[in-house]
Design a protein around this ligand. Structure first.
Ligand SMILES: Cc1cc2nc3c(=O)[nH]c(=O)nc-3n(C[C@H](O)[C@H](O)[C@H](O)COP(=O)(O)OP(=O)(O)OC[C@H]3O[C@@H](n4cnc5c(N)ncnc54)[C@H](O)[C@@H]3O)c2cc1C
Length: 400
């Protein structure tokens, strides 16, 4: 089943395609397709500026803060075209996570100060929620912020802070009061990552990357007016933010790009004297996965159409997160299966990049297949572990 686009939507798609043709060089597309990140992080920043100049950096934000006013279907078309054209993916922490929190809960001063540099990518944001001993049970977090004069003094430790080493701003969930119900003592604080007392240490990941960090906060002084909303309302903002994060983590557009990658690999791999893609058993597996990705696409569209504003809430966000993250894992597993025993040898992104296109066996689509398979063990954990999402679904959708 495919989407039937109206004339207007087709014209919009053509406009997006023309924009991508004009502004996205082959070199950037190739680096982005291989996943050369973060050595070529400059691509992402440059692309952010191009989109911001066109007014397309944060399509779902309200128009008054720099959004586009597009329909959800137009937004869907835009995201899909960008991903299939291998445009660099913008940092989601600013555009998709804290941006909506700021324009929904922030003061006029906070909006004026933080939203414009978030749109242009000048502010690169880190999400400081999880701590050692506080992940699924976020409300038990121990990092404190104590008001001294007109400054919050923050002490504690955060863990798994994605891209903390590349961030100049952070939004941190901290404890501003000891309350009977622990979540009612939490607040959302914005801090400059260059503040004295902030130490960021990278964590080596199983795939060889250093995409997450530990962040140590030693009496970090933060101006009082950098707390969003009233003290003690951080839990409401965190729940709002997490429903957006869970929908992003479903990463539908990556799933479509992964299908293309598998097709590319399977068209070149030979089994019993013919391309793997012509093997009925493999073709059946690929078709079954594609059907599931398309079903996810319909679900995302349905949820977005029904959402009261730009954020799906409750059980729907958790359903998309569980389904999308499981699919991502199965897609990388099929890419590995397509390579057969050759998947045991990791063809790194750096090797692929240096090879300049490679050969029939080792080429861009193969780059990082094994590394991705290992890293994506994490996709059913970050943004809220799968088991916890299932608990949320059983409670909110079925009242159990
Ligand atoms: C790659 C990666 C990037 C991340 N990026 C960030 C980031 O940028 N910012 C940030 O703040 N955090 C980040 N996280 C942290 C992430 O949100 C947590 O890892 C996640 O919420 C799980 O928490 P935990 O690691 O403490 O595991 P735990 O909460 O200890 O869970 C361990 C296991 O127990 C299960 N479990 C826990 N509670 C229950 C329950 N009630 N019922 C059933 N099962 C349960 C879980 O499902 C899991 O399988 C990242 C994590 C990873 C792996």
């Amino acid at each position: 089943m495919k989407l039937q686009l109206s004339e207007a939507d087709l014209a919009f798609r053509d406009e997006v395609r023309a924009f991508l043709r004009e502004h996205l060089s082959e070199a950037v597309r190739r680096r982005s397709r291989i996943g050369m990140h973060p050595p070529h992080d400059g691509d992402r920043m440059a692309w952010n500026r191009v989109l911001a100049a066109r007014g397309w950096a944060a399509p779902l934000w309200p128009r008054e803060y720099g959004g586009t006013g597009w329909t959800h279907l137009q937004h869907h078309i835009f995201e899909m075209e960008c991903r299939l054209a291998h445009a660099p993916e913008l940092r989601w922490q600013g555009i998709k996570l804290i941006g909506p929190v700021i324009y929904t809960f922030g003061t006029p001063q906070q909006k004026a100060r933080w939203l414009p540099p978030t749109l242009t990518g000048e502010y690169t944001w880190a999400q400081g929620f999880s701590e050692p001993g506080a992940g699924s049970d976020l409300a038990s977090l121990k990092t404190t912020a104590v008001l001294e004069g007109d400054q919050w003094v923050v002490s504690g430790q955060k863990l798994w802070t994605t891209e903390g080493q590349f961030s100049n701003m952070g939004f941190f969930l901290v404890r501003t009061a000891q309350t009977e119900r622990p979540h009612r003592g939490l607040s959302m604080l914005v801090l400059d990552m260059a503040s004295p007392g902030v130490t960021v240490r990278t964590i080596p990941m199983i795939n060889g990357d250093h995409s997450t960090c530990e962040v140590f906060l030693d009496r970090v002084r933060v101006p009082q007016d950098q707390l969003i909303g009233e003290p003690g309302t951080g839990w409401d903002q965190a729940r709002f933010l997490l429903s957006n994060e869970r929908t992003s983590s479903a990463d539908l557009y990556k799933a479509f790009a992964d299908l293309e990658r598998i097709r590319d690999i399977a068209s070149r791999e030979q089994r019993r004297g013919r391309p793997l893609i012509a093997d009925p058993s493999f073709a059946r597996q690929l078709a079954a996965l594609e059907a599931e990705v398309r079903a996810l696409e319909w679900s995302v569209l349905r949820v977005m159409a029904q959402a009261p504003s730009d954020h799906p809430i409750g059980a729907a966000a958790s359903v998309l997160k569980v389904r999308g993250s499981e699919l991502q894992q199965r897609l990388t597993e099929l890419a590995g299966d397509a390579l057969g025993p050759r998947a045991l040898r990791e063809y790194t992104r750096e090797q692929a990049f240096a090879d300049g296109g490679g050969d029939a066996l080792w080429h861009d689509a193969v780059a990082g297949v094994s590394a991705d398979q290992m890293y994506l063990r994490a996709v059913t954990i970050f943004g809220g572990a799968k088991e916890v999402q299932k608990n949320i679904i059983s409670k909110l959708a079925f009242g159990l």
